[in-house]
Design a protein around this ligand. Structure first.
Ligand SMILES: NC(=O)C1=CN([C@@H]2O[C@H](COP(=O)(O)OP(=O)(O)OC[C@H]3O[C@@H](n4cnc5c(N)ncnc54)[C@H](O)[C@@H]3O)[C@@H](O)[C@H]2O)[C@@H](O)CC1
Ligand SMILES: Nc1ncnc2c1ncn2[C@@H]1O[C@H](COP(=O)(O)OP(=O)(O)O)[C@@H](O)[C@H]1O
Ligand SMILES: [K+]
Length: 446
């Protein structure tokens, strides 16, 4: 902000916003746009974008929700022929789009009654949020009270925490970032992009052999849940590590070997995956794997037996499992996932991967990566077992726990989207699509 005059930044932000709205409307002339305008610079962005839209023939009305409005923005809108009103009843009926310029990064969570009333009057009209959906907590992604639910959010400079972390992330709709030329500080939350994934993905060296690529061991499955062993092995056996070992009862092990002839039995490993489908055996599985002193992925039934600290390891709970570990209700974890995943990483001194719509990965030093890939079709039995195996293979290949977990979550989500193609998905098809996804990704190298 210090480098540039405020006006220049706002001009860029407004131009990006106006372009995105024109794109959404499929044109300008004769369309109707309603601006909901708050008192700060977010309202200023909306007003200035409104003036640009008005010059393109859009009929723009601004509902001023506060006694103060950005003066230059207001003057620009009026000069371009836009109308301003102070009451919902004075507005023309049904615009083509509502622009939420109520509050941005300076807003407190929640909305005032006048804003709620205006939003309710135009329910069903597409909403474009300026910078963030007003009413969410921008820095935590939490919501407390009413907030805007947008179809499109046009943000400036960089993504904010609320764009990446649920529940606020789910209120953003599609996201569009406009570069306004800011010097940015280190982010509080990162989201890997395809180029990052290509850079981090372990690839075999010229003279690699299977042991230099790392061996991943899986302790999973039981007589009650033999399938979990098959799925965790399928996730581990995507070709990212040099070899997969399975350790379990002979009944389950023979089924694993039938499905995956590459998989071998007990021996040295560089990482263990423990817990999927472990049932009553999970505690013993965890003890046996811990005794090896290599990094672990602790999942599913083994999570209930974690105590003390696990440096270098990854825990992979969903919200219900994390709630169980922390002695909370599931809803509490879902309402504040960022705070709780960070808290757990600190408490267990290890990486914690909290599964869900926007999977979060936290390191003990407070670093967090949010997963931007995936599809709700992944909410299917066994998808988590595949993820545990996949993360284990990345750990065995030598990635640090934070990279292994966040890369695994990204690849898992992207493979799910690829395999689903908008339709239903099973954990088996998901696992099968992981090598194909990585091939597509690497083919786009350079
Ligand atoms: N920071 C930047 O780099 C840039 C920021 N820009 C815009 O400026 C925005 C931030 O502007 P401001 O700092 O003026 O803050 P906002 O416009 O986000 O909100 C601050 C104002 O809203 C009031 N307010 C706070 N919470 C409220 C609530 N829940 N209900 C009703 N009113 C509430 C405050 O009293 C204050 O007057 C960004 O989101 C973005 O849209 C752009 O103009 C481009 C450059
Ligand atoms: N609504 C959703 N949107 C996107 N991904 C989801 C959604 N629900 C679940 N997932 C993903 O699917 C996987 C489910 O794992 P998990 O809950 O452990 O199921 P299971 O124990 O049956 O394997 C996780 O990777 C999670 O992030
Ligand atoms: K907003």
């Amino acid at each position: 902000m210090a480098r540039l005059h405020d006006g220049a930044l706002m001009e860029r932000a407004a131009a990006g916003l106006a372009a995105a709205v024109l794109d959404l409307l499929g044109g300008g002339y004769g369309r109707r746009v309603l601006l909901l305008v708050g008192s700060g610079d977010n309202g200023g962005d909306g007003l200035l974008a409104g003036s640009m839209l008005a010059r393109r023939g859009v009929r723009v009305e601004a509902l001023l929700l506060s006694d103060h409005a950005h003066a230059a923005g207001l003057a620009a809108l009026r000069a371009a022929g836009g109308l301003t009103v102070r009451e919902v009843r004075d507005l023309h009926p049904r615009p083509d789009v509502v622009i939420d310029a109520i509050v941005g990064i300076g807003g407190r969570p929640g909305l005032r009654p006048a804003a709620v009333e205006a939003l309710e009057s135009f329910a069903g009209v597409p909403v474009v949020a300026v910078d963030v959906p007003s009413g969410v907590d921008v820095d935590t992604g939490e919501v407390d009270g009413p907030h805007v639910t947008a179809d499109l959010t046009v943000t400036f400079g960089t993504h904010k925490v609320a764009h990446l972390v649920d529940p606020a992330a789910s209120a953003c709709g599609a996201l569009h970032a406009v570069d306004i030329g800011l010097d940015l500080p280190e982010p509080a939350v990162e989201a890997l992009q395809p180029a990052d994934v290509r850079r981090l993905l372990p690839q075999p060296a010229l003279h690699a052999h299977k042991y230099t690529r790392g061996v991943v061991g899986v302790r999973a499955g039981s007589s009650t849940y033999p399938g979990a062993a098959l799925l965790a092995v399928a996730g581990a056996n995507t070709g990212l590590a040099g070899m997969v070992r399975y350790v379990g009862s002979e009944a389950v092990a023979s089924r694993v070997r039938e499905a995956h002839p590459e998989v071998v039995g007990e021996g040295r490993v560089q990482a263990w995956v423990v817990g999927p489908g472990g049932g009553n055996d999970a505690a013993a599985m965890l003890d046996a794997a811990r005794a090896d002193g290599v990094p672990l992925v602790v999942d599913a039934d083994a999570l209930a037996h974690v105590d003390g600290t696990l440096p270098g390891c990854v825990l992979t709970p969903h919200a219900g499992e994390l709630a169980g570990i922390l002695g909370l209700a599931r809803e509490e974890v879902e309402a504040r996932p960022l705070a709780h995943v960070r808290g757990a990483a600190d408490r267990f001194d290890c990486v914690v991967l909290l599964k869900g719509h926007r999977t979060l990965v936290a390191a003990p030093d407070g670093l967090v990566r949010a997963t931007s890939t995936g599809t709700p079709w992944l909410a299917t039995a066994g998808a988590g077992d595949v993820l545990a195996g996949l993360v284990g293979s990345l750990l065995a290949a030598g990635l640090p726990a934070f990279d292994a977990a966040s890369l695994g979550a990204w690849v898992h989500g992207a493979a799910g989207t690829r395999a689903s193609r908008g339709g239903p998905l099973t954990a088996t098809t998901l696992a099968g699509s992981i090598p194909l996804l990585m091939r597509d990704l690497l083919a786009r190298q350079g």
